[in-house]
Ligand binder design. Structure first.
Ligand code: UD1
Length: 429
C-alpha cells in the first residue's frame, strides 16, 4: 500500500503544465480498436488507468508501443471480442470498449463492471442503446454477450440522462454502422468532442458533439492518424484548488480555458483572482477564502462531479457556510468521513453537504477510497497544520500523473512512501 506523507502549511507558488486528459485518452485508446492500421496518440498521461487500457488493447490482439507520452496502437490483427473479468475490474471505465469491439467485430462479451466506490454505476443506458443497432444482448449472472443479428444499423437514440459513457459507446458503435445515428440528450463533455474530433480525423462523420444532439453518419472504414489528446480540465482545477487552499499563486500552462469555465465562478466566489491569457491561467488566492453559497454538480457545462470532493476540501477552510449538492452520483461523499479527521465541519443529508468553514485543519492519517476523493484528502493535507498521511494513493495514480512530483515542484512538502506497512495481525502469527 503506497501513501503520501505531507507536511502541510507550504504555500503553492509556481508554474505547472497540465497533463493529457484521462477521460479523453481512455475512450480514444478504446476507439483505436475500430481502426485497421497504425494510430499514434500523443499527450497520453502516465496514469494507471492508461496502463489498464493498454493491457486490454494487448489482450484484444492490438500491437501497442508506449514511448513517453506517446502511444502507438496497431489494431490490424485484433481478433478477440471479450474482456476478461480481471481486466474489467481493474478499471471501471473499461465499459467504453464495448462500442469499439462491437463496431469492429459485430459481437462482444464482457463481465458487468463491478460495484463502485462512488455509488452504483449501472450500464442500462448503454445496453438499451446498443440493442437499437440490431444487437442481441444476453445477460447471464455477471456476464453479458452481444451478437449482431445482421449488420449494425444506424438508429435514433433519446438518452433519458446525458451519460458520458453511454454517449461514447453509441458514437463508437455508430461510426461504421450502416446509415445514420442520431443521439438526443447526448452528453456534452469536452472529452466527447475530443473523441469525435479524433474519430473524424480517422474518416468518421460525426457532428453536433457539445450541442446535445449528435449525428453520426456511418462510414465503411476508418484509417490511422496521429492525434493529440486535450489537456485534463479536472487536474487543472484540482491544482487551482490546492493553490486556493494554501493562499498561494499558481500559473497553469497548456489549458483550454473554455473547459475550465464551469469551475471559475466558484473560485471567484471564494475570493480568488483568476486571469486567463491564451492557453495559460493564473490563480491568486486571498489570505482568507470566502464561503460558497451553493455548488450543484451537473452534466457539462455545469459544475463537474469530478471536482466536487476537491471543492469540498477547499470550503472546509472558507469563512462562513458553504453548500454542495451532488446530483450525478448517489454516493459520492466517501471523502467526508476522512475530511472530518482533519477537524473539518461537514454535515451530509442525502445528496446535500453543508460545510462550516474553520480557520485551520489539523494533519491526520486518512485513507483514499476513490480517485477524486483521494485528491481532496491530499489538498486538505497540504493546507493542514502538521503531518498528514494519505493511504491508498493507488487510487490517485489512476488519474493524476506524478501528483507528488508536481506538488513538490510547486513548493509543497510531500513524499511518496512505498514501504509495506506490517499489519498488526501479521505479528500475532
Ligand atoms: C464519466 C467519467 C467520470 C465522471 C462522469 C460524470 C470517464 C472515464 N469517466 O463516467 O469521471 O465522473 O462521467 O461526469 O469519462 N447512469 C445510469 N445508467 C447508465 C449510465 C449511467 O444510471 O447506463 C448514471 C450513473 O449511475 C451516474 C450518472 O448516470 O449516476 C452519470 O454517469 P455517466 O455520465 O455515465 O458517467 P461515466 O461515463 O461512468
Amino acid at each position: 500500500m503506497k501513501r503520501f506523507i505531507i507536511n502541510g502549511g507550504n504555500r503553492i507558488y509556481g508554474e505547472t503544465k497540465i497533463q493529457g486528459s484521462k477521460n479523453s485518452v481512455l475512450p480514444i485508446l478504446a476507439a483505436t480498436v475500430l481502426i485497421r492500421g497504425e494510430t499514434v496518440i500523443e499527450n497520453c498521461p502516465d496514469i494507471s488507468d492508461v496502463d489498464a487500457t493498454v493491457k486490454i488493447l494487448k489482450y484484444l490482439g492490438c500491437t501497442v508501443k508506449r514511448e513517453g507520452h506517446t502511444i502507438t496502437v496497431d489494431s490490424t490483427n485484433a481478433d478477440k471480442y471479450d474482456i476478461p473479468d480481471e481486466l474489467m475490474r481493474e478499471m471501471r471505465s473499461s465499459v467504453v470498449f464495448l462500442g469499439a469491439i462491437i463496431g469492429r467485430m459485430g459481437k462482444a462479451s464482457l463481465s458487468t463492471p463491478g460495484g463502485c466506490e462512488i455509488g452504483l454505476r449501472p450500464i442500462d443506458l448503454h445496453l438499451d442503446a446498443i440493442q437499437k443497432f440490431g444487437v442481441n444482448i444476453r445477460e447471464e449472472f455477471a456476464k453479458i454477450d452481444f451478437e449482431t443479428v445482421n449488420k449494425l444499423e444506424g438508429t435514433r437514440i433519446a438518452l433519458s440522462f446525458p451519460s458520458v459513457g453511454a454517449t461514447e459507446n453509441i458514437i463508437l458503435t455508430a461510426c461504421t454502422a450502416k446509415g445514420t445515428t442520431v443521439i438526443t440528450n447526448a452528453a456534452r463533455e469536452p472529452e466527447i468532442s475530443d473523441l469525435a474530433d479524433f474519430l473524424n480525423s480517422c474518416g468518421a462523420r460525426i457532428s453536433g458533439t457539445g450541442e446535445g444532439t449528435v449525428t453520426v453518419e456511418g462510414v465503411e472504414q476508418l484509417h490511422g492518424v496521429k492525434y493529440k489528446v486535450i489537456p485534463d480540465r479536472i487536474v487543472a482545477a484540482t491544482y487551482m484548488a490546492a493553490a486556493a487552499m494554501t493562499h498561494g499563486r499558481i500559473h497553469i500552462t497548456g489549458v483550454i480555458p473554455a473547459h475550465i469555465a464551469p469551475v471559475i465562478p466558484v473560485f471567484e466566489e471564494a475570493g480568488c483572482d483568476i486571469s486567463i491569457k491564451g492557453s495559460e491561467l493564473s490563480l491568486s488566492a486571498p489570505p482568507m477564502l470566502k464561503g460558497i453559497k451553493t455548488v450543484r454538480t451537473m452534466p457539462y457545462p455545469g459544475f463537474p462531479t469530478d471536482m466536487q470532493a476537491q471543492i469540498m476540501a477547499m470550503t472546509t477552510l472558507c469563512h462562513g457556510t458553504s453548500v454542495i449538492i451532488e446530483t450525478i452520483f448517489e454516493s459520492r461523499y466517501k471523502h467526508v468521513s476522512e475530511l472530518l479527521r482533519f477537524g473539518a465541519k461537514i454535515r451530509v443529508d442525502g445528496r446535500m453537504a453543508v460545510i462550516e468553514g474553520i480557520k485551520n485543519l489539523t494533519g491526520a492519517s486518512v485513507i483514499a477510497s476513490d480517485l477524486r476523493g483521494g485528491a481532496a484528502l491530499v489538498l486538505a493535507g497540504l493546507a493542514a497544520d502538521g503531518t498528514t498521511t494519505v493511504n491508498e494513493t493507488g487510487y490517485i495514480n489512476r488519474g493524476y500523473e506524478d501528483m507528488c512530483g508536481v506538488l513538490t515542484s510547486l513548493g509543497c512538502d510531500i513524499k511518496l512512501d512505498e514501504r509495506e506497512i506490517k499489519n498488526d495481525s501479521d505479528d500475532k502469527n
